[in-house]
Design a protein around this ligand. Structure first.
Ligand SMILES: NC(=O)c1ccc[n+]([C@@H]2O[C@H](COP(=O)([O-])OP(=O)(O)OC[C@H]3O[C@@H](n4cnc5c(N)ncnc54)[C@H](OP(=O)(O)O)[C@@H]3O)[C@@H](O)[C@H]2O)c1
Length: 353
């Protein structure tokens, strides 16, 4: 079989995997393409939702007998355990596949070992094809599984001069409807949305993923988390409505840091235990500053409106930066125009890099 067809199949498998983004958690997104012994595509699949069939099983079902002697091209190492579904390693062995090509090994100690099982059964297993692409497509899940806390994106909206509200406190709206619609789409891809109690008291946000025009709620809602050391969230706050699950995370329940406020690292670890693999930090500036100062933010998404205010609160406060040498250095990964605004995506550089 031409190696080009394996490479092309992995490119397709990565694209298939992306179709599961937002619906597979706490599972990863996975795509699979099955090639027969001549390198022809005979099946393809992706993991669509937790509890549903894994990508390999979908592809094997399509391929039927044509999988025998063929190659399974998978973005993530096939699982080796029985959870809500059986082990994919066994399914591949039973289908008579001759070779399995994997982009990224499974870091989950519960499910890993698929490659070893396949090799024991005499199947050739190769790793690393288009690994960087597959890794990028699954970055939230892989990162959270490797270190035990969710992949955290800090999202903010600001004017071109970095303001998040005017001098009189008004802030609705800094960004356009197009940008705010984009934020709701972003909420739909994460497992949890976090906000500080300051934002809840000031703005009474719903923190749901919904259609801005008619208010229709997305089918899958992230867990709403209010970071609220002493439980100041009002009983009538919108975030407590029945539209989605809500956790008012207090210092008593989570644990307190040295300042008596909610211990943010412990909060993330507890979210991981609840199955949260990706989370969106929606502010406000105090909480965002604390997360950034603690080095707990993996990605920054800023919506910047072409407006100037000249005064008013800034999008970020108290991030522990006193001098220019201590600035939190970011690497730009994407700049996209959303309606009249810009969406800027950047990754904090580690201090060592
Ligand atoms: N432009 C934007 O993107 C954006 C987004 C969101 C909000 N906002 C604006 O931000 C304003 C509210 O900002 P804010 O800074 O007052 O509130 P905030 O950042 O939402 O919440 C801050 C509060 O979080 C609580 N908290 C709990 N644990 C903490 C910890 N470890 N570290 C830091 N804080 C912790 C603290 O209250 P306790 O100690 O009582 O727990 C703290 O006062 C509003 O006006 C809102 O409109 C703007």
């Amino acid at each position: 079989m031409a190696s080009g067809s394996v490479d092309e199949a992995m490119r397709r498998a990565v694209a298939l995997a992306a179709r599961g983004l937002g619906t597979t958690s706490p599972n990863p997104v996975v795509g699979c393409v099955l090639l027969d012994a001549d390198g022809e595509v005979v099946g393809e699949g992706f993991h669509a939702y937790a509890g549903g069939p894994h990508a390999e099983i979908v592809a094997l079902a399509q391929a039927g007998e044509r999988a025998r002697g063929g190659t399974a091209v998978v973005t993530l190492e096939p699982c080796d355990h029985t959870g809500r579904t059986g082990p994919c390693s066994d399914a591949l062995i039973n289908a008579g596949v001759a070779r399995v090509v994997v982009a990224v090994p499974d870091p989950n100690p519960v499910a890993s070992g698929g490659a070893a099982t396949l090799r024991t059964a005499g199947i050739q297993v190769d790793f690393g094809v288009r690994a960087a692409e597959a890794e990028a497509g699954n970055v939230a899940w892989l990162t959270s599984m490797r270190r035990g806390w969710p992949y955290l994106t800090w999202k903010f909206a600001a004017t071109l001069d970095g303001r998040s509200a005017a001098a009189d406190g008004t802030s609705m709206w800094i960004t356009s409807e197009a940008a705010r619609t984009d934020v709701h789409a972003l909420r739909g891809t994460v497992d949890a949305v976090l906000a500080g109690v300051g934002t809840v008291l000031a703005d009474d946000p719903r923190l749901t993923a919904r259609n801005l025009r008619d208010g229709t709620l997305a089918i899958r809602q992230p867990l709403r988390v209010v970071v609220d050391s002493s439980g100041r969230t009002p009983a009538a706050a919108r975030v407590r409505d029945g539209a989605a699950r809500t956790w008012v995370a207090t210092a008593d329940e989570v644990g307190a840091g040295p300042d008596g406020r909610v211990d943010l690292a412990a909060l993330l670890a507890q979210l991981h235990q609840r199955g949260v693999r990706s989370a969106l930090l929606e502010g406000g500036p105090t909480l965002a500053g604390a997360f950034l100062a603690a080095g707990l933010v993996d990605r920054v998404v800023g919506y910047v409106a072409p407006k100037l205010l000249g005064a008013g609160p800034t999008a970020l406060a108290g991030a522990g930066v006193g001098t220019i040498a201590d600035a939190i250095d970011l690497e730009l990964t994407d700049v996209t125009r959303v309606g009249p605004d810009l969406r800027i995506t950047a990754l904090p550089r580690t201090r060592e890099s």
